[in-house]
Design a protein around this ligand. Structure first.
Ligand SMILES: C[S@@+](CC[C@H](N)C(=O)[O-])C[C@H]1O[C@@H](n2cnc3c(N)ncnc32)[C@H](O)[C@@H]1O
Length: 385
């Protein structure tokens, strides 16, 4: 069975989390670069990676990696590739995106048209035809050029993988699903620990946590471009991935996950999103201001994304709001607290220096993840009190 190479882009700084997910799925890592992890697997990895990976933005099937300094080289090296192994005679293919950094070739639109032209020329030879109808399955391509090294890949996912299919209702400034999952997976939180998000908005942290806790694969309720690629992997591979995902669900799991927000409408949206994700029975959602945050248990996690003040009037309210969060946190006995925000005074008003802070991009917004670590609970107990 032939092995393919795949590249999965992820949030910058989350490569180690994605790498661990890929290893857990049983694939060999080829390389880890900024914002992407490359791995090797059989064709069925297309279905499994799309269905199971929580922190990848998409799964790209690499066709080739080569150096090109001129458009002639780009054309000839692209044309030399075995395109008929990837594209059927009726396939609809186009270069959806071309990006280039620190390279001689810099015009994205020229790169897009030259790569397409080279593929057409190769396929004419392979299929002995002059013209392609392109009325079959879609095969979008992506081209990246970094320091003159060209990578050409097929996009197996289609819509970005952060679109799980459950979040139709979003609050004002939602955190992306893949980023929320990555933060949960890098934190010491696990399904046996308490989790509270006091600024839960559309519910992304609680919902992603419940999906992790119940082992619900993130891609079970959506479609992927490569489902139509029967020349590369049979339909059966997708059914097998979904069966595997269904078998993995922990139906009897008991979780202690709570989401609160001051806005009642937002809580209604979060509830609907939790229903659509199939985890509403695992999460307690309620309208409540952060000032009322308290919990009787000794150990637990606050993982949250408070307002960070995109608008001026909101900015003025931030010192008081972060102080409320800090006061509430100080009343929680031995808890840990992870705060994702772009507010640069967060530590000052929370009233405590973070044990660690990481720079993370949430979309285009530069944010920090402040990690305040509580003590570990005693070892032998399963759930602490
Ligand atoms: C950045 S958004 C959170 C987005 C969320 N992570 C998501 O993915 O949808 C901040 C949320 O804090 C809520 N909020 C503002 N002031 C609050 C307060 N005093 N107590 C609790 N929630 C508050 C807002 O209603 C908003 O939904």
């Amino acid at each position: 069975m032939s092995l393919y190479e795949f590249t999965a882009p992820c949030h910058f700084g989350m490569e180690a989390v994605l790498k661990r997910e890929i290893i857990n799925l049983g694939y060999d890592i080829v390389r880890v670069e900024d914002g992407r992890v490359t791995f090797r697997g059989e064709a069925s990895a297309i279905a499994r990676a799309n269905a199971f990976l929580r922190t990848a933005e998409r799964v790209l099937l690499s066709v080739a990696r080569f150096k090109a300094y001129t458009f002639d080289e780009l054309f000839e090296r692209t044309k030399a590739l075995p395109w008929a192994d990837y594209l059927p005679v009726d396939g609809k293919f186009w270069v959806k995106k071309a990006s280039t950094t620190k390279s001689k070739l810099f015009s994205s639109s020229d790169i897009q048209s030259i790569v397409k032209k080279a593929i057409v020329e190769k396929l004419k030879q392979s299929y002995h035809v002059d013209w392609f109808k392109e009325d079959g399955a879609a095969y979008p391509l992506r081209v990246f050029i970094f320091k003159d090294e060209v990578t050409i890949a097929l996009d197996t996912s289609g819509e970005s993988l952060h679109k799980r299919g459950y979040r139709k209702l979003i609050s004002k400034a939602p955190v992306s699903e893949t980023l929320a999952a990555a933060i949960l997976l890098l934190s010491p939180w696990n399904k046996d620990r308490i989790l509270v998000d006091p600024f839960c908005g559309s519910g992304t942290f609680p919902i992603e946590a419940a999906m992790i806790g119940a082992n619900i694969a993130p891609g079970m309720n959506r479609e992927f471009t490569a489902e139509a690629w029967t020349n590369i992997l049979p339909k059966k591979a997708w059914y097998e991935a979904i069966t595997e995902a269904n078998d993995a669900i922990r139906d009897d799991v008991e979780l202690d996950i709570q989401g609160y927000d001051i806005d009642g409408e937002v809580i209604k949206s979060a509830r609907q999103n939790a229903i659509d994700a199939g985890v509403d029975h695992l999460i307690h959602l309620q309208q409540r201001p952060v000032s009322a945050l308290s919990h009787p248990k000794k150990y637990g996690f606050v993982i949250t994304n408070p307002p960070y003040g995109e608008r001026l009037e909101e900015r003025e309210a931030l010192p008081a709001l972060y102080k409320e969060l800090g006061d509430a946190y100080s009343r929680l006995d031995a808890w840990s607290c992870f705060v994702l925000t772009s507010y640069d005074q967060a530590e000052k008003y929370i009233g405590r220096k973070a044990d660690k802070n990481r720079k993370i991009y949430n979309g285009m917004i530069k944010t920090y993840l402040y990690e305040f670590m509580g003590p570990r609970p005693p070892k032998r107990k399963k759930q602490e009190d």
